[in-house]
Design a protein around this ligand. Structure first.
Ligand SMILES: [Zn+2]
Length: 349
């Protein structure tokens, strides 16, 4: 008996270090409504079903702040941790989303643009303040929902930087004045970012949150936090369950992650993985619009992936997933791309 205990104790540290990192899944919603564009909406019935699932399956639904604090501290979160977020501040969130969240006692974050607050179909500051008393955190989505990475005609890099810095600072100051909240987390409008914007946020002490899919966790960059959009074709429960059980890809190093494609349209992404829990032989990438492609392994832990055909103008993605050796779920990692038309103009939204 004593021998067994000693042997077990001897094993414990090993088991501990072998444990894969736990992830936090961050969900991104826009509309909870029957009457809004399907591509950015869930119906009230779908939203109810999704929240009921989180409650029944005993997911650990926490505030986004809790997730960000854990990533900053490189701390492990409990299994099945989820944070819920909404972008843009539509009134239908207060009408159809909030009552459900309140009933389940789920905290959530609203990323809003101060300029359209109070316009038709948008929440007012009074409404936003009421929601904060019942579980909502208000955070930064920029003043006007501009495409932040784009330079104005004739604008220098330096002028761009001071314009964007001022936009983000003004937004944060208005949110703080109106609600008292000051999360210093920017949800990139349209999920668009590049290395220059990431560096600016880092200098400002802000976190940057995208719209590229993937589980967040200790291996996420604080200026490229992934979220799973839940809307349209991505709102069905079968798809959502896979994502809710996804794991944070243990990315130790990455090369080629400049999202903005200039003078290259078949970007090469090279990723080095940490640990040994990823079933590397089963790692598969999906090139948006081009289907699945197996990566090339440079060594046991480093793979590289490149599209065969040019990526389109506008926003696109590489998604890479692989099963865990010890857990049921899939590791999930996504790299967004953003590209202007060949004449330098941008595709219409
Ligand atoms: Zn938005």
């Amino acid at each position: 008996m004593i021998k067994q205990v000693i042997r077990l104790m001897g094993c414990l540290p090993l088991l501990w270090w072998a444990l894969p990192s736990q992830a936090a899944v961050i969900l991104q919603y826009h509309h909870v409504s029957e009457n809004t564009p399907a591509i950015t909406s869930v119906t009230p019935a779908q939203f109810e079903e999704q929240m009921a699932y989180l409650a029944e399956q005993e997911f650990n639904v926490v505030s986004l702040e809790t997730v960000l604090d854990a990533i900053r501290a490189k701390e492990t979160l409990p299994p099945k941790t989820v944070a819920i977020t909404f972008d843009d501040g539509f009134q239908n969130i207060a009408d159809n989303g909030h009552p459900v969240l309140k009933r389940y006692g789920f905290p959530y974050t609203l990323f809003i643009n101060p300029e359209p607050v109070g316009r038709p179909r948008m929440m007012s500051w009074d409404t936003l303040r009421q929601l904060t008393e019942e579980g909502a955190t208000i955070a930064n989505h920029s003043l006007r929902h501009d495409h932040l990475i784009r330079l104005l005609p004739g604008e220098s890099r330096q002028e761009w930087e001071s314009r964007i810095r001022s936009d983000i600072e003004q937004t944060e100051a208005i949110i703080q004045r109106e609600t008292g909240h000051n999360l210093k987390a920017l949800a990139y409008p349209y999920g668009e970012y590049n290395q220059a914007l990431r560096r600016l946020l880092e200098q400002m002490g802000f976190v940057g949150i995208g719209q590229h899919s993937g589980a967040a966790g200790p291996y996420s960059s604080l200026t490229a936090i992934p979220r799973y959009p839940v809307a349209g074709p991505y709102a069905d429960m079968a798809t959502l369950k896979v994502k809710l059980h996804s794991l944070n890809m243990p990315v130790a190093a990455v090369d080629g992650e400049e999202s903005e494609l200039v003078g290259r349209n078949r970007p090469t992404l090279t990723v080095t993985l940490a640990g040994n829990d990823v079933r590397t032989k089963e790692l598969m990438c999906y090139i948006q619009g081009q289907g699945a492609k197996a990566p090339t392994w440079l060594d046991d832990n480093t793979f590289t992936i490149q599209a065969d055909l040019p990526m389109p103008a506008g926003r696109s993605r590489y998604n890479c997933t692989a099963p865990s050796r010890t857990q049921g779920g899939y590791y999930w990692y996504s790299q967004p791309w953003i590209q202007a038309n060949s004449d330098g103009s941008w595709p219409a939204e």
